[in-house]
Design a protein around this ligand. Structure first.
Ligand SMILES: Cc1ncc(COP(=O)(O)O)c(C=O)c1O
Length: 364
């Protein structure tokens, strides 16, 4: 089927760009001796996870147990749940996952670590743990190298736990890559301090897991880091472009929409609103709107109601007519894709894949 026959709104993945994004990241990691454990929250599609593994990834990362369950059901192994697991229902599901394959979890607290240890011991399984350090995002993670050492020592003593090392998420680092060295160096120094203290107490840190898409290609500057977990890099989006971490030509996802009304002067309406695009605003930069119109950058997706995207077309009056099709690169691709049942894979304008977004909405 030709791309123009696809009913809209639809999320379309350019498979040639996807291939390039996957292979370039894998090559970077191979060159620098880093393990790649991509965060699959961006695509939530087992087939893309398998492509990442085939391209050289060691395993995958997920945020939620529901996402891990989908991936495990589809045969993916060596899953890192980068989220603290709290509550007996979740602990039961966690040990079920651990029975099926290699499983790692991160946490910043003794309480969560103890809960996982108790559940794992009860089920006769071993779960790997990483201690999380806050690298400046102020979301999760212990605050000082000494706290990291104390947590690691505690984890190392717990039954049915294999202490692996540290993790951090530098999500606040949104500088252009060429300017990131000082902040990454400071994070690295804190990790190194904790690592050395642990080593002196007889505990080895085998894994230091870091990495976001904006910082991914600077990871080699952090000598402690052994693995990275970029997620957005598979598709990229306007946030990634605005930071300077990628180019428009490396954005694999476009949302295809149709103009359904031009009745109001200076405006046009497309068939996708806030249930099609995520309402994330562009982080930083001068850009307005909820995505970039590929064909007509002067057209601004200015506001959205649920089913209507409100375009400001003052820069190109009279150009759009009912039935015109437009493509938008979303500001934040992860939250956009999560709203869609499927994505369509395209090569040379032909639809060649239809992938259900199997992990969408798995918030528990
Ligand atoms: C813990 C963790 N690791 C890795 C990532 C991937 O980062 P990015 O979306 O910049 O690729 C995220 C994203 O939210 C995350 O929360």
């Amino acid at each position: 089927m030709h791309i123009s026959e696809l009913d809209t709104p639809a999320v379309v993945v350019d498979l040639d760009i996807l291939d390039k994004n996957l292979s370039e990241m894998a090559a970077y990691c191979a060159q620098h001796g880093l393990s790649l454990r991509p965060h699959t929250k961006t695509h939530k599609i087992p087939e893309i996870a398998r492509m990442q593994i085939r391209a050289g990834a060691r395993g995958i990362t997920v945020a939620k147990l529901g996402e891990a369950e989908i991936m495990a059901r589809e045969g993916l192994d060596d899953i890192f749940v980068a989220y603290p697991i709290v509550g007996s229902g979740k602990l039961d599901r966690l040990v079920d996952l651990a029975r099926r394959g290699r499983l790692t979890v991160s946490t910043d607290s003794a309480e969560v670590a103890l809960g996982i240890s108790d559940a794992a011991r009860g089920a006769g399984v071993t779960i790997r743990l990483l201690a999380e350090m806050d690298a400046g995002l102020r979301r999760c993670g212990v605050q000082t190298p000494d706290d990291l050492v104390a947590l690691a020592q505690y984890m190392n003593r717990l039954p049915s736990i294999e202490f692996l090392g540290f993790m951090f998420f530098p999500g606040q680092v949104r500088l252009p890559p060429a300017e990131q060295a000082p902040v990454l160096g400071r994070i690295d120094a804190r990790l190194q301090e904790a690592q050395e203290k642990l080593y002196r107490s007889g505990i080895q840190v085998r894994v230091v897991s870091g990495g976001s898409t904006p910082t991914a290609y600077q990871s080699h500057l952090m000598k402690t880091v052994t693995e990275i977990r970029p997620g957005t890099y598979v598709y990229n989006d306007m946030n990634t472009v605005t930071i300077g971490a990628t180019e428009l030509s490396r954005c694999a996802v476009t949302v295809h929409v149709t103009v359904v009304s031009v009745a109001v002067k200076g405006r046009a309406v497309i068939d996708g609103g806030s249930k099609t695009f995520s309402s994330d605003l562009l982080r930083g930069g001068e850009g307005r709107g909820f995505g970039l119109s590929v064909e007509r950058p002067g057209v601004i997706l200015e506001s959205m109601s649920e089913e209507h995207g409100h375009l400001n077309v003052e820069a190109c009056p009279g150009e759009l007519k009912v039935g015109d099709r437009l493509r938008f690169i979303p500001n934040h691709v992860c939250t956009t894709v999560n709203m869609h049942d499927e994505v369509w894979g395209v090569r040379s304008e032909e639809i060649v894949e239809r992938w259900p977004v199997a992990g969408r909405g798995r918030v528990r």
